[in-house]
Write a protein that binds this ligand. Structure first.
Ligand code: PEP
Ligand code: MG
Length: 313
């Protein structure tokens, strides 16, 4: 019966009382984008993991090579929003041309946009290519940087984007950014919360470790509290706050995130129909009550149980 409901569900996503939530797809290249666009459920791309498109590159791809890759994704979602993430190299995503060699503790090392602080040309070349692809296509291109930690980093990144007429945002993966969300949002236009890394860094637990999956569970109330702080800052500033980590693919957690004030959910395309169907079965008030209960719960198991009882899942 649930499977029938998911199959029959049609977008756009909204709660039973008509509160809209944007559903977006996570993609890594043109082929994935075309596949994600085909069912007509994804309203755009919420996370284009550009580093995954260049895993086999031995040297930095040229402006033309990069532009072609970005253009393919933009063309698959013509007329829609596509959030491009700048290179998130390092740690679990090795890129030959961008990696820092031999770090003792790579997930706490020079990864994501931190690489660009040392090698700004990697960032500026990429932004030039994104701009060229955006100009060659009819798409609403947003650009965000991963692993941001400080207000100054956000200001620097936003400046580079604005010089090129690009719409800048920041990924919230480091707890320090969630705690200073208002100040960071003075410099950028949107947030996208990466719950995979936000969980890892909030709970000090390696996201790759099978032994620590209870700690890296995005139902951990401490993680949800940081999501709440971030979403509330977005509401105060009138700027959108999405979630693009695995949490957005969990239908009940998607309702909780909505109740916390998150305005869009981005996940692997096959997960979106179940999320949309679950949202259509609950009210915004249920989402808000489930969110309050989950943030106040004793632990991740209780958070899930209490939210599930309120959402009737
Ligand atoms: C995240 O950290 O939640 C995220 C979306 O980025 P990635 O999984 O690519 O690190
Ligand atoms: Mg991440």
């Amino acid at each position: 019966e649930k499977a029938d409901r998911i199959r029959a569900w049609q977008g756009p996503a909204q709660t039973s009382d008509g509160y809209r939530v944007q559903l977006l797809a996570n993609v890594q290249d043109g082929a994935a984008a075309r596949k994600a666009a085909a069912p007509g459920i994804a309203e755009g791309v919420g996370l284009f993991r550009t580093e995954l498109a260049f895993l086999s590159a031995q040297v930095e791809p040229t402006l033309e090579e990069q532009t072609a890759v970005y253009l393919e994704v933009f063309e698959a979602f013509r007329g829609h929003k596509v959030v491009v993430r700048t290179l998130d190299a390092g740690s679990d995503k090795p890129l030959v041309f961008a990696n820092m060699p031999n770090e003792e503790n790579p997930s706490l090392g020079v990864r994501g946009m931190r690489i660009a602080l040392d090698r700004p040309e990697l960032m500026t070349h990429q932004l030039d290519a994104i701009k060229a692809a955006a100009e060659a296509s009819d798409v609403e291109a947003w650009v965000m940087a991963p692993m941001m930690s400080t207000v100054s980093e956000a200001e620097w990144f936003a400046g580079l984007c604005r010089e090129r007429g690009l719409f800048p945002g920041v990924m919230v993966e480091v707890p320090g950014v969630a705690l200073r969300a208002d100040k960071v949002l003075e410099h950028v236009e949107f947030f996208s919360i990466g719950t995979n890394d936000l969980s890892q860094y909030t709970m000090a637990a390696d996201r790759m470790s099978p032994y620590l999956s209870t700690l890296t569970d995005p139902w951990q109330p401490a993680v949800l509290r940081l999501v709440q702080l971030t979403a509330e800052a977005g509401q105060r500033a009138g700027k959108p706050v999405g979630v693009c980590g695995e949490a957005a693919a969990d239908p009940l957690l998607a309702c909780v995130l909505t109740g916390l004030g998150v305005t869009s959910l981005s996940a692997a395309a096959p997960a979106l129909a179940a999320v949309g169907a679950q949202l259509s079965a609950v009210t915004l008030d249920q989402c808000r009550r489930a969110a309050a209960a989950a943030v106040d719960a004793k632990g991740s198991i209780e958070a899930r149980e209490e939210a599930t009882a309120i959402l009737g899942g």
